[in-house]
Design a protein around this ligand. Sequence first.
Ligand code: 13P
Length: 286
Amino acid sequence: MALEPITEMLQKAKKGHYAVPQFNVWNLEWIKTVLSTCEEIQTPLILGVSVNGSAYMGGYKNVVSMVKNLMESMEIAIPVAIHLDHATKVEDCFKAIDAGFTSVMIDASKEVFEINLEKTKKVVQYAHEKGASVESELGRVGGQEDFIVAESAYAIPEECAQMVKETGIDALAPALGSVHGIYHGEPKLGFKQMKEIAELTNAPLVLHGGSGIPDEELKKAIACGTCKINVNTDCLIAFGNLMRPYLIEHPNELDIRKIMNSGVPGIAKVIKDRCMVFGSIGKAKE
Ligand code: 13P
């Protein structure tokens, strides 16, 4: 199956009351594992790639080629989107779309609302002309991701409604208490506001910082209109937890494939476990 934008995937998830997973990917092993595991459990999939992550993997074009070629050689038939995660610059969204990303997130949430609106409009116009989809953020997801540190700030429902109406975005990420990275204390998600924003905007909502949130809260978020959940830290932790002891137990191992693949089962386990909670298993064919 060819790569696709996130629009239809999320509309189906909205109707079916489940969430499509976004798993962030960092290298060849990561992409292979995410693709093969999601194919095995038949979930639709959004591959999240940050601006810095793309640069690390050799640029946007290389990411797209790698994913496309792997999908062909691995006979991946589930719906897959390549999504630029948290781009703060409009130009990065344009470059990723030109390289073949099927979806982008313009994250101007640190700007004042009017600038955020303006930047999002520009990206939507460009993306929609080229058949790509757009996610934007309001409020601020706290914590740290890919060198970016932010304080939490809740999204304002009226601004969310205006953002969706005036820009035509395909998905909205209203920050409502989730954080990127490891939670220090219990996450406090604003479910009341989430429901209100979903009803006001009628847009598929995105939950960032999906790692470390208790399963029941994730299910509640889905019931309140969340259709896409982003997971990164859980996979990083699981990978590192397997690779560290492997390196200690095999100090003379030279085969880079064995070293890299020592952490891979951890990623696969997180994927299966999270997709079970998100309700996305078996939804690839719908
Ligand atoms: P976590 O690292 O907390 O899972 O968040 C991922 C994310 O939101 C990517 O945009």
